[in-house]
Ligand binder design. Structure first.
Ligand code: SF4
Ligand code: SF4
Length: 346
């Protein structure tokens, strides 16, 4: 990637820390006891600032963003600046009237589904009945013609259900299925022993490659598994497979495994800016500095774009331009975001 390629294409904005669920892997430690920190003005000032240079897709997330009364006003404001708006929801608060509002104000919805049955999903989300409500939300979206994707997070607890969850996502009419590999942070740190092993991680990525080759109806992508891009190349060469990745609309616009700090950014509920949502460190805070100042000038963001600053194994690796390793995982394991990705098996 050239320095000029580092345009902001996608930003996740955590507009609330409040949530009606209690997910085991929540990066935010979200809870109904917490209070919103960012005001409508804090949020829209930041959108104004971003709009001076970029027109990214802005994904409203949380916590549960639908708990914020002004969520659709925020969405309208973002659209008025010429940007598209996503909504990342657990779906449990969606009924017909909420879905109609979503249809009016939001361009793309992502639903979180972490298993193909209520026992698996509800165990992960610590609330009985969450699965049924989320599936109901999906059926309402489908009926109303609302474009939605499914995000699924996996640990040892639900890794045997990966294929079933993919099939379920297809069945309920999602336009894409994104398989997230959990990176320890927030409550995730407590589930370190629950993380999928490195050996299984490699097997799962290989499974995904062959599944993706056959999948023609929906878009699929492993997320926060940058080694996938190396796996695709290795498997395709080994077996003489002609392989071209399809582009996703509403994607981050790049064909690289990790785009954190390069094309994407995350703003948490306190205004802290990070290269991605799993990143432990903050690069700055929008209540103290402009977003663009942080994007252009903070050390973390600059390091993320300088591949020569990465550990030697990555910086000299032939896959540096398509993988680059997970910097958040390196930081969580070694306290150094430029270290080798502990899950690199290449
Ligand atoms: S640093 Fe890791 S967790 Fe963050 S976007 Fe990149 S791959 Fe995903
Ligand atoms: S060495 Fe780094 S860039 Fe190469 S495959 Fe491993 S994590 Fe990716």
């Amino acid at each position: 990637m050239m320095e000029t390629d580092f345009d902001l294409k996608w930003v996740a904005f955590e507009i609330t820390p409040r949530c009606n669920l209690d997910c085991i892997h929540c990066r935010t430690n979200a809870s109904m006891q917490l209070k919103d920190v960012l005001t409508f003005k804090n949020i829209t000032d930041t959108i104004d600032e971003i709009a001076k240079e970029f027109k990214p897709v802005v994904v409203l997330t949380g916590g549960e963003p639908l708990l914020r009364n002004d969520v659709f006003e925020i969405a309208d404001y973002i659209r008025a600046q010429g940007m598209r708006v996503g909504l990342a929801t657990n779906g449990t608060l969606v009924d017909y009237s909420k879905a109609l509002e979503i249809k009016r104000h939001i361009d793309i919805v992502s639903l979180s589904i972490d298993g193909s049955s209520s026992s698996i999903h509800d165990d992960f989300r610590h609330i009985n009945g969450a699965f049924d409500k989320t599936i109901k939300a999906a059926s309402i979206f489908k009926e109303l013609g609302i474009n939605f994707i499914v995000n699924s997070s996996f640990t040892k607890r639900n890794q045997n259900d990966i294929e079933n969850t993919y099939r379920l996502s297809k069945k309920i009419g999602a336009s894409a299925w994104y398989m997230f590999m959990i990176v320890p942070t927030g409550r995730g740190a407590d589930i370190n022993d629950e993380l999928i092993s490195k050996t299984d991680y490699e097997k799962i990525l290989k499974w995904h490659f062959y599944m993706e080759l056959k999948e023609k109806d929906i878009f699929v992508r492993p997320t926060c598994a940058p080694e996938y891009y190396a796996v695709c190349d290795i498997e395709a060469r080994k077996n003489n497979i002609d392989y071209t990745r399809r582009n996703l609309s509403f994607s981050t616009g790049g064909a690289k495994g990790c785009l954190a700090g390069q094309k994407i950014a995350f703003i948490n509920y306190e205004g802290n800016v990070k290269p991605c949502s799993y990143f432990l460190r903050d690069a700055g805070n929008i209540l103290e500095k402009g977003f663009l100042d942080i994007w252009h000038n903070s050390k973390i963001f600059k390091d993320m774009r300088n591949f020569n600053s990465y550990n030697k194994k990555c910086s000299t690796c032939k896959y540096i331009n398509v993988c680059g390793g997970c910097r958040a995982r390196a930081d969580a394991y070694y306290g150094d975001y430029l270290a080798i990705d502990p899950y690199c098996f290449v």
